[in-house]
Design a protein around this ligand. Structure first.
Ligand code: GP9
Ligand code: MN
Length: 622
């Protein structure tokens, strides 16, 4: 038996305690983890401990020199992981996942944002590490190395296991089926801790690789039945109304619906769009359904009518899959297809993914003249982007399907004086304040673009579809948003803020505002039907927005859903009229459907099931 002396603390104990306390402090200061009662607070406090004991405890198996080195290196890595999460959270209001980590090409491009996101005082996140390193260097004798006997070592790991079980047990009572319902990373981190969450994420990653290997076509049968049962007949009057017309699809960066018909400092935020919707179909209850893949997720939704994934960007994780996307379908129907976006072609893995989606051409940064004068924030200014794109459009064979992705209205919402058409908002929150002038700028860019389309004679031959890709103002800015909206941003309000504009302009058609609840998932069948292309056999989850049978229902990627009268989010059913929680039974009838939608879609993506679709063998008996 080793003799335990308590005189001096061991390096191991100090490293664990400091990392543990630091993690808890970071939880409380750098993440917005909602705590409802003292049990949850206790779980949050406890959750880093078992992991730290395990990982650093491995040092107990090493000799003095190696143990010291091991403890230093691992505490540095653990701190770095924590810090990476902090930086990621500042931007995405979310925790890291492995697929996101490997999006290194994106990380490099994040340049301008990272400068905003990382500050010198962030060195504080490593303060415990510096402290230990300093003591080890100046007074190594203060931190003892202690040889631990086998039995003590066993006892140590048993204690670690016991703490892990206590943690899991408490979490299970607070949040039943925690691990089987993982749409919500915050819930996971809150209950099992950041570090264990990453281990769980590794497990999910391996599972998804295995899923593809094990999948076979028979899994499509159930999904197919579900889709057939939910198929909505297109509206006879609208089907084929835009046959052989060009399609101009515009993805508006970070544009939420609350800016439409709204003012800031008494000035209109989107004067052009407010006008444009008067002779277009405008959908005022249209939601984005994106996850971690942001813009790319919105592209995925719109062109496949499948849901993106709950973790990572499907553009990265499953770009090798078989899809049946709009560009591919339109290609078969005689269309020329192109995406236009003045950013590096590898951002969001677009160059690879676009091939899988069936795009003929990608006009990327090298197809544009980009210099210091015409750039701001993330790159080429929208006005210049649209102006230069006209040339590309003119060269395309018609009819074409063209997708434009705007960029200026991207966090951190930078804009030069000369491009600011309205003043910033005046709260304490810079991000929220600057959002309005950049939205206004993009609105101006669209106005000029539409004018140019008219000049070039393209306007009358094209349908124009404008939609917002995802939120621009995350929940980190609830206070300033609440101030702007004049109401507290509750989870209900927050869910309603996930509405993005959808405007469909069809030449010769009168304007109309449509209030039906819908989502990005519905765009593919809507567009195809307008062009007169049948979608009855497609494996897709959306419904034609013009169909009389289209339900008032849409599911967000985190499992929240919206119906005509209710909003369901974070396990609470809200009455839309009052914005207050109501009896869960009211939402109950839709829960199964919401779950099925996401699960079936995930099955298709993880199992790469559309590769079995071509020969449609599974449908023999139908
Ligand atoms: C990048 C642009 C922005 O090319 O689409 O991407 P986001 O950060 O919004 O996903
Ligand atoms: Mn975006």
């Amino acid at each position: 038996m080793g003799k335990i002396k308590w005189s001096k603390p061991s390096l191991l104990a100090i490293a664990i305690i400091l990392l543990w306390l630091k993690t808890y402090i970071v939880y409380k200061t750098s993440f917005d983890i909602k705590i409802e009662n003292w049990r949850q607070e206790f779980i949050l406090f406890l959750n880093p401990l078992s992991f730290l004991m395990f990982v650093l405890g491995i040092g107990l198996l090493l000799n003095e020199k190696k143990q010291k080195r091991y403890i230093m290196i691992s505490s540095f890595f653990i701190s770095a992981i924590l810090f990476a999460n902090v930086v990621f959270y500042r931007f995405f209001n979310d925790f890291l996942t492995i697929p996101v980590l490997f999006q290194t090409s994106n990380m490099a491009d994040l340049g301008s944002s990272v400068n905003e996101l990382v500050q010198v005082k962030d060195l504080l996140y490593f303060v415990d590490f510096f402290f230990i390193a300093l003591v080890m260097y100046v007074r190594p004798q203060l931190l003892k190395y202690r040889q631990m006997a086998k039995t003590n070592r066993r006892a140590y790991f048993l204690v670690a296991i016991a703490i892990a079980f206590l943690n899991l047990g408490l979490a299970e009572t607070e949040r039943p089926q925690l691990l089987t319902r993982t749409f919500d990373r915050e819930m996971l981190v809150k209950n099992i801790g950041t570090y264990n969450y990453h281990i769980y994420d590794v497990f999910l990653q391996s599972k998804s690789s295995a899923q593809r290997a094990l999948a076979d076509g028979s899994e499509l049968v159930d999904i197919d039945n579900y889709i057939r049962a939910n198929y909505k007949k297109p509206n006879d009057e609208m089907f084929g109304i835009a046959k052989d017309k060009n399609v101009i699809l515009i993805t508006m960066e970070s544009t939420q619906n609350f800016v439409i018909n709204e003012t800031v400092n008494g000035q209109e935020i989107t004067p052009f769009l407010n006008d444009f919707i008067k002779d277009s179909y405008y959908f005022e209850n249209f939601y984005h359904q994106t996850g971690q893949g942001k813009t790319s997720d919105s592209e995925f939704l719109v062109e496949n009518s499948l849901y993106p994934l709950s973790r990572g960007a499907v553009f990265f994780t499953h770009s090798g899959n078989e899809f049946n996307a709009t560009p591919e379908i339109l290609d078969k129907n005689g269309y020329y297809t192109a995406s236009l976006h003045a950013n590096n072609k590898s951002f969001w893995n677009r160059d690879i993914m676009y091939k899988s989606l069936g795009y003929e051409r990608f006009y990327e940064i090298n197809d544009y003249e980009v210099n210091e004068e015409n750039s701001v924030g993330w790159g080429l200014k929208d006005i210049d982007f649209f102006e230069q794109s006209i040339q590309h459009l003119k060269e395309m064979p018609q009819p074409f399907y063209s997708k434009f992705i705007s960029l200026t209205n991207h966090f951190p919402f930078e804009l030069g004086e000369e491009d600011s058409f309205i003043d910033p908002y005046t709260s304490d929150d810079k991000t929220v304040n600057n959002y309005f002038p950049t939205v206004r700028y993009t609105d101006e860019a669209l106005k000029l673009f539409v004018q140019r389309l008219k000049d070039e004679g393209l306007y009358e031959d094209s349908i124009i579809i404008i939609y917002g890709d995802h939120y621009g103002i995350s929940e980190n800015h609830n206070i300033a948003m609440g101030e702007f909206l004049g109401t507290e941003v509750t989870p209900f309000v927050s869910t309603q803020l996930q509405r993005v504009p959808l405007i469909i302009h069809i030449p010769g058609q009168e304007g109309q505002t449509i209030s039906k609840v819908a989502g990005q998932i519905d765009l593919k069948p809507t567009i195809l039907h307008l062009l007169g292309i049948d979608t009855k056999k497609n494996i897709e989850f959306g419904a034609d927005l013009f169909s009389e049978d289209k339900l008032d229902f849409t599911v967000l990627r985190d499992g929240s859903f919206i119906t005509k009268d209710y909003v369901y989010t974070r396990d609470i059913c809200y009455d839309k009229q009052t914005g207050e929680p109501t009896d869960k039974n009211a939402c109950e009838p839709y829960m199964e459907n919401a779950k099925n939608e996401l699960e079936y879609s995930d099955k298709i993506v993880y199992g790469d099931l559309l590769r079995f679709y071509e020969n449609a063998d599974y449908r023999k008996n139908n």
